[in-house]
Design a protein around this ligand. Structure first.
Ligand code: DOR
Ligand code: ZN
Length: 344
């Protein structure tokens, strides 16, 4: 039975939602991670420092007593973002970063940025103040195939932004393709890339295995096997540009098992178990700490966590569902299935 003790990890990309879902999902992340970058795509989105401070308070109230967990807040960029508010919020320790959602790319992105040049003044202020830009890296357009959206974003948005703002630091969130891995590698120090457990464990066949699988639908959508292999090589390389970001994205079951189902996989209850499985399969357990606990803090210029966690190769069964009283339930990744690792 193998065991692995590492510094306590952080989740550099998570969705907590608000209201009744928030209270049910926050404890899962806080149990495994010391800090998390919290996504701002609420309804309405978290577009200013006052909203982010209030949201952070609601998250803190959802923590089980005695939990040591720090939510790191992000500002949802719109065509009309107030640069002064963003800069002040960052200076005051409310905002860690700002999130670019191209309009209509994903869940609650209707208020997102409609054309990248509309936020060039904001990006200039962020470059100046060293506020990282976190990008949902998909370009949406009638002429773009859904599986090519990430490449479209790299060509039409990311590379022009990197060229125009040479000191702006960018995280491309939830990498899904070999091209995205390459662009992170090509910009050491300036770029980071988060990788989700689902994009390491599954290719796009999983969405159609024996029928339509709504709980395997997320955005960016799962890709071909060759891309999954490129992501596994990147994550397990130990290279500084790649770090853990679950994109854990809870949706009520009835909103996923629907005519127009929501995108998102709720991985928080089994996040570390899912990632460590990949590192064990790749013979790279010695590099798990870099991916989970060191590379992210280095990019964000934060100290690594001092506490340790131990992962044990001991089978456990994942819950069938997580109840949200009076609203329904949420199915976690691997619902009702066994996993090989446990968190001690
Ligand atoms: O699958 C996803 N779900 N991808 C995203 O980009 C957003 C997220 C959500 O908020 O549900
Ligand atoms: Zn996300």
């Amino acid at each position: 039975m193998r065991t692995l003790t590492i510094r306590r990890p952080d989740d550099w990309h998570v969705h907590f939602r608000d209201g009744p879902i928030l209270a049910q999902v926050v404890p899962f992340t806080a149990r495994q991670f010391a800090r998390a970058i919290v996504m701002p795509n609420l309804v309405p989105p978290v577009t200013n420092a006052a909203m982010a401070a209030a949201y952070r308070e609601r998250i803190m109230r959802a923590l089980p007593p005695g939990t040591d967990f720090t939510p790191l807040m992000t500002c949802y960029l719109t065509d009309g973002t107030d640069a002064a508010d963003l800069v002040r919020g960052h200076r005051d320790g409310i905002f860690t970063a700002a999130k670019l959602y191209p309009a209509h790319a994903t869940t609650n992105s209707g208020h997102g940025v409609t054309a990248i040049d509309k936020i060039y003044p904001i990006l200039a202020a962020m470059e100046e103040r060293e506020i990282p830009l976190l990008a949902h890296g998909e370009f949406v357009g009638a002429d773009i195939d859904v599986f090519d959206r990430e490449r479209g974003f790299i060509d039409r948005v990311l590379l022009p932004v990197l060229a125009r703002f040479p000191r702006l630091r960018v995280v491309m969130e939830h990498l899904t393709t070999a091209e995205a891995v390459a662009v992170v590698r090509a910009h050491p120090g300036r770029m980071g890339g988060t990788i989700t457990p689902q994009h390491l464990l599954f290719n796009r066949n999983a969405i159609f295995e024996g029928g339509l699988r709504p709980h395997m639908y997320c955005l960016p959508v799962l890709k071909r096997e060759k891309h999954r292999l490129a992501l596994r090589a990147a994550a397990t390389s130990g290279e500084a540009g790649f770090f853990l970001g679950t994109d854990s994205a809870p949706h009520l079951r009835h909103l996923k098992e629907a005519d127009c189902g929501c995108a998102g996989i709720f991985s928080a209850p089994v996040a570390l178990q899912a990632y460590v499985k990949v590192f064990a399969q790749e013979g790279a357990l010695d590099r798990f700490e870099a991916f989970a606990s060191l590379n992210g803090p280095t990019f964000y210029r934060l100290p690594p966590n001092e506490q340790r966690v131990t992962l044990v190769e001991k089978a456990a069964r994942v819950a069938e569902n997580i109840a949200v009283p009076n609203h329904g339930d949420i199915l976690p990744l691997f619902a009702g299935q066994p996993v090989d690792w446990s968190v001690d």
